[in-house]
Ligand binder design. Structure first.
Ligand code: ADP
Ligand code: MG
Length: 199
């Protein structure tokens, strides 16, 4: 369970370009929920998703993940919790273009003691229906294939929470539908899925 209590985010505090991106957000997300965070560009969706995904800190408030107070933990402990619990599909894929598909998918496994990283990556790619692309360079993929690779990278650690930032934003409508169906099936398999969208 994810509990945000009065979370605020101020960028550049005490500077003249200080900016309050989130103000007093309280939100409870139960295990197995499918949630869409919707809002116009600049409204703070990515900021909120990055905080939920433990990729960014917040300025005020409290965040409990499975009852544990995140703000009391150091960076190393947070990285460990993130690696174990959270898969993140970043805006615009955020893949490394000059690496192969499987090497991209293996990246989240580096902090984890796992003897067979390549096997886990191939299994994740298989679930996304693109195992045959494993040795291709990311730069040679279509948009839909890139997003499937990004989702494979998000699920390779078997997290129970999947976060996706505008996962269909850069795709045509047919491919968007396919990606949305993949996210639905991840949720039907019991994972919590949180997506950000302006659509
Ligand atoms: P969205 O994803 O809804 O488009 P963001 O969360 O990316 O919105 O950004 C919300 C607001 O915070 C925007 O006005 C943006 O300019 C500002 N912002 C985002 N990141 C930073 C940053 N690192 N420093 C300063 N302002 C930022
Ligand atoms: Mg955004």
């Amino acid at each position: 369970m994810i509990e945000l209590i009065n979370i605020s985010k101020v960028y550049n505090p005490n500077h003249r370009n200080m900016y309050t991106a989130l103000r007093n957000i309280s939100l409870t997300i139960n295990d197995g929920d499918f949630l869409a965070i919707v809002g116009e560009s600049g409204s703070g969706k990515s900021t909120l998703l990055h905080i939920i995904g433990l990729l960014d800190n917040f300025t005020h408030g409290k965040y409990l993940l499975n009852g544990k107070d995140i703000s009391r933990l150091n960076d190393k402990a947070i990285a460990k919790i993130r690696a174990k619990n959270i898969g993140f599909v970043k805006q615009d894929f955020a893949l490394i273009d000059d690496m192969t598909v499987e090497d991209n998918v293996m990246l989240p496994l580096y902090p984890i003691k796992s003897p067979n990283k390549r096997k886990l990556a191939l299994e994740a790619l298989d679930k996304m229906g693109i195992k045959k692309l494993a040795e291709k360079q990311v730069s040679q993929l279509s948009g839909g294939e890139k997003q499937r690779t990004a989702i494979a990278r998000a699920i390779v650690t078997s997290p129970n929470i999947i976060l996706a930032d505008e996962p269909t934003g850069a795709l045509d409508s047919k491919t968007s539908r396919e990606i949305f169906d993949i996210l639905c099936s991840l949720n039907q398999n019991g994972r919590t899925v949180i997506i950000v969208t302006h659509d």
